[in-house]
Design a protein around this ligand. Structure first.
Ligand SMILES: Nc1ncnc2c1ncn2[C@@H]1O[C@H](COP(=O)(O)OP(=O)(O)OP(=O)(O)O)[C@@H](O)[C@H]1O
Ligand SMILES: [Mg+2]
Length: 303
């Protein structure tokens, strides 16, 4: 697809609208989205707003796996028009990770989950072993390759699914709320793996979540969805300061961003850039607290 500036355009969604068969309302309307190579785009929105439907459309499950649905507009993915391209062709370029990892397991051993797709593609044995080692390292599953996917933790399960998608070397990976059923440690591990995949391997990521904290860490773009429409897109630093917008669609900002905006309202002189992560807040606030303490100490010495 055409290059815009330095970065190649991989996905272009143009005025896309979608209606499920037999329903009255359009579930998606006027969706426009550009995704460039190497982007990490988070899609944020309340339950039922249409995030999963959009993911299905991006991989071609919509319209190919549904009869009698209605569409408007177009979706281009890696130079393919989804409407006109078989899912099997699209899936060579785009991998998908769903919320429930177990639904994606096909084997009784973790290792087989990773190599299954590679064997299907007829790759030579040495190549399969090389990819298996590489992927295990990236998603941190080297120690569980002999286990059953059904006896490992939720976070490990999800990393196995991500590994099996990664093994097929897609250009884009779409993750639809992959952490929603995990504890905080599992969430952190998944985010670390996805971060590596994006930053070290340069794979483009589309990440669906309710959690602004998760979106804040890695995204260079967030797209806010409300009732089937994108109501705002931009870098988290541009979008997150709009507290009203988030309140209106029932999504909580990261607590550190709320703290920043609250302190700013109270007139505290803060760094111009809002905090998106705890680390940023700690650094800036430590300086402010130090200077306040110095002020208090010097005032005390005057008396
Ligand atoms: N197969 C279907 N047929 C008819 N309506 C559907 C179908 N699947 C989803 N919907 C409806 O489409 C709307 C959007 O659903 P979707 O699953 O895309 O939302 P979501 O943003 O992913 O929600 P969640 O955060 O809960 O996963 C909802 O109103 C849902 O009820
Ligand atoms: Mg969903």
């Amino acid at each position: 697809m055409s290059k815009e500036g330095e970065k190649e355009l991989l996905i272009r969604v143009e005025n896309f609208g979608f209606k499920y068969p037999g329903t009255r309302d359009w579930v998606l309307q006027d969706i426009n989205l550009d995704v460039h190579r190497g982007d990490f785009v988070s899609i944020l929105g309340e339950s039922g707003c249409g995030k999963s439907t959009l993911c299905r459309a991006l991989v071609g499950l919509i319209p190919h796996s549904l009869k009698y649905c209605e569409l408007k507009g177009k979706i281009h993915v890696c130079d393919m028009l989804t409407e006109e391209t078989p899912i099997t062709t699209i899936s060579k370029k785009v991998g998908m990770v769903f919320q429930d990892p177990e639904a994606q397991f096909m084997s009784l051993k973790v290792e087989d989950e990773i190599v299954f797709g590679l064997e299907n593609r007829g790759l030579p044995e040495e190549e399969i072993t090389r990819i298996l080692n590489e992927v295990s390292e990236t998603v941190g599953i080297g120690g569980i390759l002999e286990k059953s996917p059904f006896e490992i933790s939720g976070g490990e399960k999800q990393r196995v699914v991500i590994g099996s998608v990664l093994a097929l070397k897609p250009e884009i990976i779409i993750l639809d709320e992959p952490t929603s059923e995990l504890d905080p440690i599992g969430r952190k591990e998944i985010l670390a793996s996805i971060g590596k995949i994006n930053q070290e391997l340069g794979i483009t990521i589309i990440y669906v979540t309710h959690e602004t904290e998760e979106a804040a860490y890695l995204s260079n773009k967030v797209a806010l969805m409300d009732q089937g429409r994108f109501i705002r897109q931009g870098h988290p630093l541009e979008v997150f300061p709009d507290q009203e917008l988030f309140k209106n669609i029932g999504i909580r900002l990261p607590q550190v961003t709320e703290l920043y905006l609250e302190l700013q309202k109270r007139g505290l002189q803060l760094n111009d850039i809002p905090y998106l992560t705890l680390e940023e807040a700690e650094e800036d606030l430590a300086d402010i607290i130090d200077s306040k303490l110095r002020e208090v100490n010097s005032n005390e010495q005057l008396y």
